[in-house]
Design a protein around this ligand. Structure first.
Ligand code: A3P
Length: 290
């Protein structure tokens, strides 16, 4: 597939690049007008931070370990992105509570209904060096994203927020500074890697679900990387190769913390650290990777 330029592939929405093909104007309008319910569950991420993983974990917590939803419904319909073209088609207004959605929006991009209703939010964060690394491979295989170029070139775009959904730094800062903290659970990709069972328990508790140890175990076992990778409803194998060429790089690629060490040169690490230090200088929030 011939890769195109930013101008051809992306549109600019509220100052950020979004893949035009996935987010036509009517979808963005739908998202702006969307009415939330207080018991909605929103999975919020900067892309490549663990969205798909949570699209597996959260429905299983809600279903109390019944695998039917994750084995029969593709992740993008099971937990639709509100800003994506498919949301309009899914009759979300008719869905039974608790509805589960995903979004890559920054905090200030959320609509009026969000701020009025304050649905429950799971904000998933990942070491930005690994977000970069995962993105680098992903931009190389998805035809609706601009070719990443060399790691050096892509790093400048990443650090400058000239990629889909803008700056990782702005995204994270916007959500950690949210006022409605009592309705947000902050969770790290790295903590899910370190203790998936504990993370399932923590998320379940936040969602007001008490799960037996057996059910917790079952969910964690299903969601561990090597098992989840086999689920064709979640590994994006249903997406035609012209959109995602998984022969180049799989969507469920490595699933580890610290893969950036296999990509970054020392100079790149220093460059990244310097920008991180500057952009995060006023932040007091404790990140797991610091
Ligand atoms: P890698 O490319 O580093 O492997 P998103 O879903 O937000 O696009 O994020 C994708 C990243 O999450 C990919 O990272 C993917 O492999 C990882 N991921 C998805 N499911 C996972 C799981 N069950 N365990 C660990 N990592 C997972």
């Amino acid at each position: 597939v011939q890769k195109m330029t930013e101008a051809e592939l992306y549109s600019v929405y509220k100052g950020l690049y979004v893949p035009a093909h996935l987010h036509p104007p009517d979808s963005l309008k739908y998202c702006e007008d969307f009415t939330f319910r207080p018991d909605d569950i929103l999975i919020v991420t900067f892309p490549k931070s663990g969205t798909t993983w949570m699209q597996e974990v959260v429905p299983l917590i809600v279903s109390e370990g019944d695998l039917t939803p994750v084995l029969t419904v593709p992740n993008w319909d099971r937990v639709p992105w509100l800003e994506e073209h498919r949301a309009i088609l899914l009759n979300l207004e008719q869905r039974a509570s608790p509805r589960i959605f995903a979004t890559h929006f920054h905090h200030h991009m959320m609509n009026e209904s969000y701020f009025k209703t304050k649905p429950r939010v799971l904000y998933v964060m990942r070491n930005p060096k690994d977000v970069f690394t995962s993105s680098y491979h992903y931009y190389g295989m998805a035809s609706y994203l601009v070719n990443p170029g060399t790691p050096d070139e892509f790093m400048e775009k990443f650090l400058d927020g000239k990629i889909m959904f803008g700056s990782w730094f702005d995204h994270v800062k916007s959500w950690i500074n949210a006022e409605e903290k009592e309705s947000i659970l902050y969770i790290f990709y790295e903590e899910m890697i370190a203790d998936l069972k504990g993370s399932v328990e923590k998320i379940a508790k936040f969602l007001g679900k008490s799960l037996s140890p057996d059910v917790t175990e079952k969910i964690a076992d299903h969601c561990v990387f090597k098992n989840m990778k086999q689920n064709k409803m979640s590994n994006f194998s249903l997406v035609p190769e012209e959109y995602m060429d998984q022969k180049k790089s799989e969507f469920l690629r490595k699933g580890i913390a610290g893969d950036w060490k296999n990509l970054f040169t020392e100079a790149q690490e220093q460059r990244f650290n310097a920008v991180y230090k500057d952009k995060m200088k006023d932040v007091t929030f404790k990140f797991m990777w610091d």
